[in-house]
Design a protein around this ligand. Structure first.
Ligand code: FAD
Length: 118
């Protein structure tokens, strides 16, 4: 029979893809005890390990916010959560720069942002 261990934590993150890892790192940075659980192997399960390395983001200094918002809503056939979309667009630049500071090796090529994967 499998051994059971009781672990206490302030925050339990389910899923160790990029979203889960990001949440876990942020919770830890705010002082929480964090446990991250994944049903598979971290870095080998889910979609994050397949990311091809192209990171589209909104650059407030260069890009047209209204145009990108409209294009995203239309591409989503008007079923996007528009508040979520707004937050995603507006936060994307800061998040990319944060990942770069963590060692994400972000670089810009031909108007697209790339990161080394693997
Ligand atoms: C081939 C391919 C190429 C891509 N290229 C790009 C790209 O270039 N740029 C880009 O921005 N996006 C790209 N994407 C999309 C990107 O990979 C996903 O949007 C992103 O990885 C999703 O991250 P996530 O953390 O939400 O989910 P995931 O990475 O899928 O993580 C979910 C995790 O949860 C775990 N899990 C699931 N159920 C449970 C459970 N019940 N209990 C515990 N753990 C559980 C899984 O094992 C997994 O590890 C690509 C996707 C694919 C398939």
């Amino acid at each position: 029979m499998a051994k059971t261990e009781l672990i206490k934590a302030d925050v339990l993150v389910l899923g160790g893809g990029i979203a889960g890892c990001y949440a876990a790192i942020n919770a830890r940075e705010r002082g929480a005890d964090v446990v991250l659980v994944d049903k598979g192997s971290l870095g080998r399960s889910g979609f994050s390990c397949m990311i091809s390395g192209v990171l589209h983001h909104f650059d407030p200094g260069k890009d047209d916010y209204d145009g990108l918002f409209r294009e995203s809503v239309e591409a989503g056939e008007w079923i996007n959560d528009q508040k979520w979309l707004e937050a995603t667009i507006k936060e994307s630049d800061n998040r990319i720069r944060e990942m770069d500071k963590w060692g994400g090796h972000v670089s810009e090529r031909g108007g697209e942002t790339h990161t080394k994967t693997g």
